[in-house]
Design a protein. Structure first.
Length: 133
């Protein structure tokens, strides 16, 4: 058998340092720390506005955080494109329904993984919103 090397991702120290510099730049330029949870809620507001403009306008949360495209929304879009670029440049991008680590531990069931990912994301988003972040 030949030596099959795994594609290497970015150096975590370099990625962490670049993220730290981006945070400093964000605070310096916009006076705000970056985050994503508010943007996801605003995105839900965008979707809901297409069905009921009046309902969104009367919801207590959206009186404070009206759905809008701002620097934070663009940051979240940049996360998507940045991850695609990072995966492409490190040659680590691949379509994979169930990662090997999950399959080794829990089996190849995609529905089970989707349910676990949805539940984990829901808990993480709830915690982020609870902390107003």
């Amino acid at each position: 058998m030949g030596n099959i090397s795994e594609p290497k991702g970015w150096n975590p120290y370099l990625a962490g340092a670049l993220t730290g510099l981006l945070l400093i730049l964000s605070v310096w330029a916009a006076g705000k720390y970056f985050g994503a949870s508010t943007t996801f809620v605003r995105g839900a507001g965008f979707v809901e506005q297409t069905f009921s403009q009046e309902r969104v306008a009367t919801m207590e949360y959206f009186k404070k955080e009206m759905p809008k495209i701002d620097w934070q929304w663009m940051f979240v879009v940049g996360i998507f494109f940045g991850s695609v670029i990072a995966a492409g440049t490190s040659k680590s991008f691949r379509w994979q329904g169930v990662p090997a680590m999950w399959e080794n531990r829990f089996g190849p069931n995609k529905a089970k993984r989707a349910a676990a990912a949805f539940l984990g994301g829901t808990i993480a988003m709830f915690g982020a919103r609870l902390a107003d972040g």
